[in-house]
Design a protein around this ligand. Structure first.
Ligand code: ZN
Length: 265
């Protein structure tokens, strides 16, 4: 774990990158900010989490860091020990955690639930949607630390790195670390309702677009050519053929559209 700070005093804001070692976009954004060392209006902590996994360019060394919070200092696995140290490091900080996916190119935000902070800040980020994990947050950092996660784009892509930089700066502006104004936009909110399992197979396909409604009866994915059909309509989220080992992704319901005050007239 690498920890740095810009500005003096005790930070209440943190930016977190590299929770997953095969998602370098956030690390680049953090490194760029550290090189620039902008003048800040309040201090911010910058943390690069899983350096061991980043060096090896793998999602994790022993197990998925974002499934093992709160962690354990005496655990056998690298990620459980790291989770414990991360919680200590981020305690008291509203944390902006940058990820990337194999499922969707446009940025979106992921929160535990839509509280006042999320409802105020997420419409100021350049994201196309906000996702509430609610019952599917177990083991994630957001169960321990007040966290806004963002998915910045396709893993390893140049556009994900650029998005991470834009997202991080919009967040830091919205919370008053960086000077200036943000742009607000209307933001659709989705809530995860189910995991979408996948059977062991050699090849997987996904036929649907994330955040676009799948109607009941429609085939949405296949394992070795065997189609899976939707029992009822749902919105796919984080769904991809090979992004996760044993699930395609998640099913969600659409809740509401948060209207930005500027766009309300
Ligand atoms: Zn990730």
């Amino acid at each position: 774990m690498r920890v740095a700070q810009i500005g003096s005093g005790t930070p209440e804001i943190a930016v977190l990158a590299g929770v997953h070692g095969d998602e370098p976009c956030g690390v680049r954004a953090v490194e760029r900010l550290l090189e620039e060392r902008p003048t800040v209006q309040r201090p911010v902590k910058l943390v690069v989490a899983n350096e061991n996994a980043l060096e090896r360019r793998v999602r994790f060394v022993d197990e998925d860091l974002n499934r093992v919070f709160p962690g354990d200092p005496d655990a056998e696995t690298h990620e459980r020990r790291l989770a414990h140290r991360l919680v200590e490091e981020l305690e008291g900080c509203l944390t902006f955690s940058m990820h990337s996916t194999q499922s969707y190119a446009d940025p979106f935000a992921i929160v535990d639930g839509v509280d006042e902070t999320a409802a105020r800040l997420c419409p100021q980020l350049p994201v196309t949607a906000m996702v509430e994990t609610e019952n599917f947050a177990e083991g994630r950092l957001m169960t321990e630390i007040d966290t806004i996660e963002v998915e910045c784009g396709q893993q390893g892509s140049e556009s994900a790195a650029q998005n991470a930089n834009r997202l991080m700066r919009a967040f830091l502006t919205a919370v008053g670390v960086l000077p200036g104004d943000t742009v607000s936009r209307d933001l659709p909110v989705f809530r995860l309702t189910d995991v979408v399992p996948k059977e062991p197979a050699d090849t997987y396909e996904v036929f649907v677009e994330n955040f676009t409604e799948v109607e009941a009866g429609a085939p949405f994915a296949a394992a070795d050519g065997n189609e899976q059909v939707a029992d009822e309509s749902f919105y796919p989220v984080l769904m991809s053929p090979y992004g996760y080992r044993d699930v395609f992704g998640y099913a969600a319901e659409k809740l509401e559209v948060l209207e930005s005050p500027a766009a309300a007239d």
